[in-house]
Design a protein around this ligand. Structure first.
Ligand code: PM9
Length: 466
């Protein structure tokens, strides 16, 4: 028996979802250019495309919405939001943005000059895109285990300090505007970084006068894994560990659409007053006034309440247990699942599942298509399509991990939905030989191509054997 503890919430409001037929779904996906991202959500049964902005807000968050102060300048809701971020993340300067990539844009513009280099623990598409748009080259300095889907390393988000030293030596500290660290690491499957490793990274970077900025989108989940796995932290609360993770860093960029249970929003949080002033100046141009940053007052109230709920340990325990349950069901049935199971998603090794397809037929995208057609489950490719092209050579990047990511929204789906997903994915895996061919681009956007790309089967009308 795989454990599935009862959720620490009950359902007060429901949103109907609609089951469709296989023939209907294949038609819908063909019309969407074989890209599940381009489907209408009403054609999706269980939506595991992302855990971003798709979470269920609590009754306390919904009531907080009513307190929203919609004043253009100096809204009361901003100060509630600012205080919640300061108290839980520990940075003095809090600048609101409309979502994470808004913050990435501002931070990259403040710090990056053309020809500079940004090391980080594996890329994230929007983060790297903003670094590259501002003229930097990203260097992956994550430990090798992060690229190995079967490694059980407890902290696959850790930075390899030798790799970081090598980038410092090769590029020179003066050409490194900052080190970009994520907690957890999304593209590695939601894998955490240890407090000890992050502290060492900061010591090394600071020794060379380089600041470290943390992507805190899922830092609460990271803190939960630290509590479970890192010696010395078991008796500390998740709230304390979250502060300990942020403490050695110089600032953070946050998408509040993840850990904070919000449907929209984010922030930049900084220690340096001068950098904060520079960032506020750019927020005015790109996001909105520095006391709302593209959010409504009610959004800031919902986030402040969501932050407080995010460190409630029963919530995180139930979330991680739900993912562990899905991962174990798949693994026990022989599906090659990335290990250990991460904080926000279960990832299927698409290169291993569809080993008969070459990488340039995009096995991750093809598996995403097959899983949608089978039972209306929408995941997202996290492999070569997401990695895009090298801006210098123009060639496709083929990362070591070629995954189908199933990201589970917080407090949205019940055990029977998760069982439905497991049954379907196991069935697709058992009949993987029926997936006769992969996909090729028919439309390829220049940036973050996985969102809007269109594909066609490399031959014939379908990816399935006719
Ligand atoms: N992450 C995700 O599904 C949403 C878009 S990609 C399908 O995983 C990190 C670690 C993220 C992230 C978004 C962002 C950008 C930054 N860092 O989506 O702009 O996982 O709020 O945040 C998505 P925004």
């Amino acid at each position: 028996m795989i454990a599935y503890p009862p959720e620490p919430w009950r359902i007060k409001m429901v949103e109907p979802i609609r089951a469709t037929t296989r023939a209907y779904r294949e038609r819908a996906l063909r019309a969407a250019g074989w890209n599940p991202c381009l489907l209408r959500s009403e054609d999706v049964y269980v939506d595991l495309f992302t855990d971003s902005g798709t979470n269920a807000m609590s009754d306390r968050q919904w009531s907080a919405l009513m307190r929203g102060d919609e004043a253009y300048a100096g809204a009361r809701s901003f100060y509630v939001f600012e205080e919640a971020v300061r108290a839980h993340y520990g940075y003095p300067h809090v600048i609101p943005v409309h979502q994470g990539r808004g913050g990435e844009n501002i931070l990259s513009r403040c710090l990056i000059r053309p020809g500079t280099h940004v090391p980080g623990n594996m890329y994230f598409p929007s983060t790297r895109a903003h670094q590259e748009l501002n003229g930097a080259t990203f260097h992956d300095v994550i430990i090798d285990e992060a690229h190995d889907p079967v490694s059980e390393h407890p902290f696959k988000g850790n930075v390899d300090l030798d790799k970081l030293r090598a980038v410092l030596d090769a590029c020179g500290p003066a050409n490194i505007p900052y080190v970009s660290v994520a907690a957890t690491v999304n593209m590695a499957g939601g894998q955490p970084i240890s407090v000890a490793n992050l502290t060492e990274v900061c010591e090394l970077a600071h020794h060379h006068g380089i600041p470290v900025f943390l992507d805190t989108a899922r830092a609460v989940e990271n803190a939960w894994f630290v509590k479970q796995r890192e010696p010395g932290w078991a008796r500390r609360s998740v709230a304390e560990i979250l502060l300990a993770l942020c403490a050695p860093t110089d600032g953070a960029v946050m998408s509040a659409k993840k850990d904070s249970f919000a449907n929209i929003g984010g922030w930049i949080a900084l220690r340096d007053a001068e950098l904060a002033e520079q960032a506020r100046g750019l927020v005015l141009l790109f996001e909105g006034l520095h006391t709302y940053g593209g959010m409504a007052g009610r959004d800031m109230e919902a986030i402040a309440q969501g932050i407080a709920e995010s460190v409630e340990e029963s919530m995180i325990a139930a979330r991680v247990a739900q993912l562990e349950y899905l991962g174990r069901r798949l693994r026990d049935a022989g599906v090659p699942v990335l290990r250990p199971i991460g904080g926000h998603c279960v990832c299927i090794d698409a290169a291993a599942t569809l080993a008969h397809l070459p990488r340039d037929q995009f096995p991750g995208q093809t598996l995403a298509a097959a899983v949608y057609v089978d039972a209306g489950i929408r995941g997202v490719e996290r492999g070569a399509v997401s990695a895009g092209r090298d801006p210098l050579t123009g060639r496709n990047r083929f990362p070591a991990l070629e995954l189908l990511r199933l990201a589970v929204p917080r407090r949205v789906y019940t055990r029977s939905h998760i069982d439905h997903v497991a049954d379907s994915v196991i069935g697709v895996h058992d009949h993987r030989d029926a997936i006769a061919r992969g996909l090729t681009f028919t439309h390829e956007p220049p940036h973050l191509r996985f969102f809007q790309a269109r594909f066609a089967p490399v031959a014939g009308a379908s990816i399935f054997a006719e």
